[in-house]
Design a protein around this ligand. Structure first.
Ligand SMILES: C[S@@+](CC[C@H](N)C(=O)[O-])C[C@H]1O[C@@H](n2cnc3c(N)ncnc32)[C@H](O)[C@@H]1O
Length: 412
């Protein structure tokens, strides 16, 4: 089976869940350090998959099982560069578990061996840090046009050697995050990468729910975001070519989302006739009357009052009570007016000095509704099968919740 290494983002447990959701037959073989996962996929993965993954920064594919130790690597590199035309090549090394001195010796040996083979060469990266991902794109190392980067993971009874096949396009994320016309710091600024992850959970749930479009070679989903705000989730859906429905209770959200979608359409040349979208004003607690129901609801619900400092226990409890009521009203409304549709949503988590405060009462409500809380991986805490997204600089975290509709016989 093809074997891969994923270098994971800031929240590795969420990145692994995303991979499990997206790669059919995903088998986790080993975690190395916190942010590296070795996994197998029954089908070879295309490098393009990475542009749809929010939680994986770099993806490498195993080259061969026969590389047993470090002394073979210069030869492996020569072979990996066979298809790279021209005399001059560029190469890099992305390593885990090798000390800087070993890396230094290795790239020198690689340089010498290549020179011996008649190939002038340039090394990118240092003995302490691999090349920046932007350089991998610019220097033509990912598609092999000008060189390649070897990925080496070394550990106890482990020597994995592969080739880096894809790396996140940092500039593209920065552009759509920072250059979109409407940014609203008061509603929390969902990172585009987290929006991608949530959409991938939506795709997984849609498959679980038997949605035909979700099984296509290039999956197609109709997504609804009923708390759209500035539209980060709708923007990421549109970029994937998925039609999108978006609504918000306030006009500020409706206008912000519309403007951002228009901007994205112009920047990325996504015509409305090819990928339709609609944005309207609606309270998510009031009945939805949609001609075409969505395949999945993917939404960042309200995070409550924007906080500039760490909340006290009392403040957090007040926010919590208000938010429980909103979540209950929303889920009861969806169960009644858009039944049978999977939901990916976030619930706020208040990070008080003592401990994080999670929603509680909503679990009782869920027990009365026709949904099952699921995850594509084993939960860290079986009593709470959700994913906790937290950033050190934020006082309100997000709990990611995946709700799979129960089939008629399961409801009883
Ligand atoms: C955390 S923000 C979502 C931010 C959004 N993900 C973005 O990209 O900007 C929550 C949004 O929910 C909206 N909202 C709050 N209560 C609502 C309700 N009852 N129905 C619909 N929208 C609501 C707010 O106006 C706000 O825009």
């Amino acid at each position: 089976m093809p074997s891969y290494v994923a270098f994971l983002g800031h929240q590795p447990h969420i990145s692994i869940a995303e991979l499990a959701a997206v790669v059919p037959g995903f088998t986790l073989q080993k975690r190395v350090e916190k942010k590296v996962a070795i996994f197998e996929s029954p089908e070879p993965l295309k490098p393009e998959i990475l542009s749809t993954l929010g939680g994986t920064v770099v993806l490498a594919e195993k080259l061969s099982d026969s590389v047993l130790d470090i002394s073979n690597l210069p030869k492996v590199l020569v072979q990996a560069l066979e298809k790279t035309r021209g005399r001059k090549v560029t190469f890099g090394l992305r390593t885990v578990g090798l000390p800087p001195k070993t890396i230094r010796n290795l790239y020198r040996k690689c340089k010498d061996t290549l020179r011996h083979e008649g190939r002038a060469n340039r090394y990118v990266g240092t003995d302490r840090k691999p090349a920046a991902t932007v350089l991998l794109h610019d220097a033509g190392l990912l598609d092999g046009s000008h060189g390649c980067e070897l990925t080496i993971i070394a550990g106890e009874e482990l020597f994995w050697v592969g080739r880096t096949i894809a790396a996140q396009d940092v500039d593209s994320y920065t552009k759509r995050d920072m250059e979109k016309p409407v940014r609203d710091t008061t509603v929390g600024l969902l990172p585009p990468k987290l929006a991608q992850i949530m959409l991938n959970f939506g795709l997984w749930l849609a498959r679980e729910n038997g949605c035909k479009g979700a099984f296509k070679k290039t999956p197609q989903l109709l997504v609804l975001d009923p708390f759209c705000g500035t539209g980060v989730i709708p923007m990421e859906a549109l970029l994937r070519g998925w039609p999108v429905l978006a609504s918000d209770k306030v006009m500020k959200g409706v206008n912000g989302c519309s403007k951002n979608l228009d901007w994205l359409r112009k920047e990325e040349k996504i015509a409305k006739k090819d990928v339709p979208s609609a944005v309207w004003k609606q309270d998510a607690l009031k009945p939805f009357e949609l001609k075409n129901p969505p395949d999945a609801i993917v939404t960042e619900t309200s995070l409550g009052t924007p906080l500039k400092e760490r909340p006290t226990q009392k403040d957090a409890m007040k926010e919590k009570t208000e938010n429980e009521a909103l979540q209950e009203g929303f889920l009861r409304n969806i169960a009644a007016t858009l039944p049978g549709i999977p939901i990916v949503c976030t619930w706020p988590v208040w990070r008080t000095k003592a401990k994080p405060i999670f929603l509680e009462r909503i679990w009782k409500v869920l027990g009365e509704l026709p949904y099952e809380v699921v995850l594509p991986v084993e939960p860290e805490d079986p009593a709470r099968p959700t994913l906790f997204y937290r950033r050190e600089d934020q006082f309100v975290g997000r709990e990611i919740v995946l709700l799979k509709p129960k089939k008629a016989e399961e409801k009883k």
